[in-house]
Write a protein of this length. Structure first.
Length: 546
């Protein structure tokens, strides 16, 4: 029996699996996700997320992996169950994850640590990779694992840590941190997850039903407002309990051939599958007794107030006698809160953005950019007001793309300033961390203040495009077996706006660049050329020496 069709659903709405497609963007979960992702991109080291059972830690972990899946510069590794019996077992697992090969059995702990350190320095320093280690169920970590992780955090450059660590753990992990202050002192971000409130609970249920209905409204009204309130009261806002109870209610509806769950159905399933503990039962009885006593007190107090102490007719009786027949007004009914509408996708052709970047003035242009035909660096002259464009172009979001990955490819690096200016340029982007496939993003022209480090610095130019869409596609589709490249947008009065794809390596002189060009594959070397500068009047929109 396909109960999905019975309830006008396309797939299971209340599955316990941490499916990223059903990740509900509540305020606290999105805040946690943004903070952790920013800390990882800035390579700050150790981050800890604490929460009770069922608050969504595992789902957040999977969502992080999904956000980084399209970023070639980031490498993620996941440990699901960190229950190890010895330091060697833990070090051997980490070594195997990094090197993709099992280490020798006779290898000592010191040798395993040296292998891990060698890998981190090769990938993190020489190749510029960001290696991330995610640990779920962190409360199971033994003491020797914490010591090994603390040693891993010592592997660093002058700017950042070589290994980024995120630990998702239950509340008891706080006691572990209190006993290991030398480890707790290294925490960069500590986030505590709490249960959802009623509005977030209702929104999460509606979101899952809407997603299971394939966005066509199927199952959106499966629960009445009183049923939603009963679900919240029973689960106390814990996402896992909410999902389990809703699943039981759906099964009960199918058995009873129902189409909509009311308060009675929700309460029946709550009592059957979530029986109250003796403490909660005593608490409920106490609340009921207190309420009864309070009602009696109010009744007596009200009677004394409305009765004349000297005898005679009460004030209430006099008013009843003088007043006309009372009007039979209908009983007010609480309106059902309508489900949240899905976030509308932006139009394919967005309106022209407002200028975000002030044109460079004469005092602000101290960027040393060497001329292409001359190796001597010269300062670019003052650019006239509104001379260079304010927009690099538009890009359409593809599946699994993140805003951080797109910023990294277009501007060459991810910073808070780039994210802020990009958000300003896209007012219709409701949530930067929730991009929709097909959404159009505008990329403002943000001049870079960085210039070459030496007078004879050279680049190997692989290709040049006139449009941002073409250059971005070329960068994404570039074969991984070839030397890595990056995008540098620039503008000048003679050439206009151009998008140059260059090899990531920098060369101290033209001769070094020529020798490197000879070693490239013929398919690349045939169209590549050596660039010794960008022109005296050029404005660069990415740092050319990253």
């Amino acid at each position: 029996m396909d109960y999905f069709k019975i309830l006008n659903l396309k797939k299971e709405p209340f599955s316990n699996s941490p499916d990223p497609d059903f990740f509900f963007h509540s305020r606290q979960h999105m805040g946690c996700l943004q903070k952790v992702e920013l800390a990882l991109r800035l390579q700050k080291g150790l981050n800890v997320v604490i929460g009770d059972v069922g608050t969504g830690k595992t789902t957040l972990c999977r969502q992080l992996i999904r956000n980084f899946a399209s970023d070639d510069r980031i490498e993620t590794h996941l440990i699901l169950d960190p229950h190890f019996s010895s330091p060697s077992e833990f070090l051997a697992l980490v070594t195997k994850m990094l090197w993709k090969a099992r280490p020798k059995k006779e290898a000592s702990d010191w040798q395993l640590k040296e292998l891990i350190k060698k890998y981190l320095f090769r990938r993190g320093v020489n190749e510029g990779k960001n290696i991330i280690l995610l640990i779920d169920e962190g409360q199971k970590l033994p003491d020797f694992c914490l010591e090994s992780l603390r040693e891993f955090l010592n592997y660093e450059t002058n700017e950042h840590k070589l290994l980024q660590i995120v630990i998702f753990a239950q509340k008891e992990f706080e006691e572990v941190l209190a006993q290991h202050k030398n480890f707790a002192d290294r925490i960069n971000l500590f986030h505590n997850l709490s249960p959802l409130n009623f509005e977030e609970t209702r929104a999460m249920i509606t979101f899952r039903l809407h997603r299971a209905g394939n966005g066509q409204g199927g199952g959106d009204n499966l629960f009445s407002f009183p049923a939603l309130w009963a679900i919240y009261r029973t689960t106390e806002g814990y996402p896992r309990k909410i999902i389990n109870l809703c699943h039981r209610i759906v099964l009960s509806m199918i058995i009873q051939n129902g189409t909509r769950a009311g308060w009675l159905t929700a309460r029946t399933c709550s009592k059957r599958y979530f029986p109250k503990s003796p403490i909660k039962q005593q608490r409920s009885r106490l609340y009921a007794l207190t309420g009864l006593l309070l009602a009696c007190v109010l009744l007596v107090f009200g009677y004394n107030q409305l009765t004349i102490p000297t005898g005679g007719t009460s004030i209430a009786s006099q008013k009843m006698a003088q007043s006309p027949t009372p009007r039979k007004d209908p009983i007010p009914v609480r309106k059902t809160i309508p489900p949240e509408a899905p976030i509308p996708e932006p139009a394919v052709t967005p309106p022209a953005p407002e200028p975000l970047i002030k044109p460079l003035q004469a005092k602000e242009t101290a960027v040393e950019i060497p001329k292409k035909s001359d190796s001597t660096p010269v300062s670019s002259p003052a650019i006239e007001e509104k001379a260079f464009p304010t927009l690099l172009g538009h890009l359409t979001v593809n599946r699994k793309e993140t805003i951080g990955g797109m910023i990294q490819r277009v501007y060459g690096e991810y910073t808070n300033e780039y994210l802020r200016l990009l958000t300003q340029a896209n007012r219709n982007m409701a949530n930067p961390n929730r991009l929709v496939s097909g959404q159009v993003i505008r990329f403002p022209a943000i001049p870079s203040k960085a210039g070459p480090k030496g007078p004879n610095i050279c680049w190997v130019e692989i290709a040049r495009m006139q449009k941002l869409q073409e250059a971005y596609k070329f960068l994404k589709d570039y074969p991984v077996d070839r030397p890595p490249i990056r995008l540098i947008p620039y503008w000048n009065r003679h050439e206009g706006l151009n998008f140059v794809l260059v090899d990531k390596k920098l060369f101290a002189d033209e001769e070094s660049a020529k020798q490197y060009l000879k070693r490239l594959q013929p398919a690349v070397a045939s169209t590549a050329e050596i660039r010794t500068g960008w022109g005296t009047d050029s404005v660069l929109f990415a740092n050319p020496v990253l």
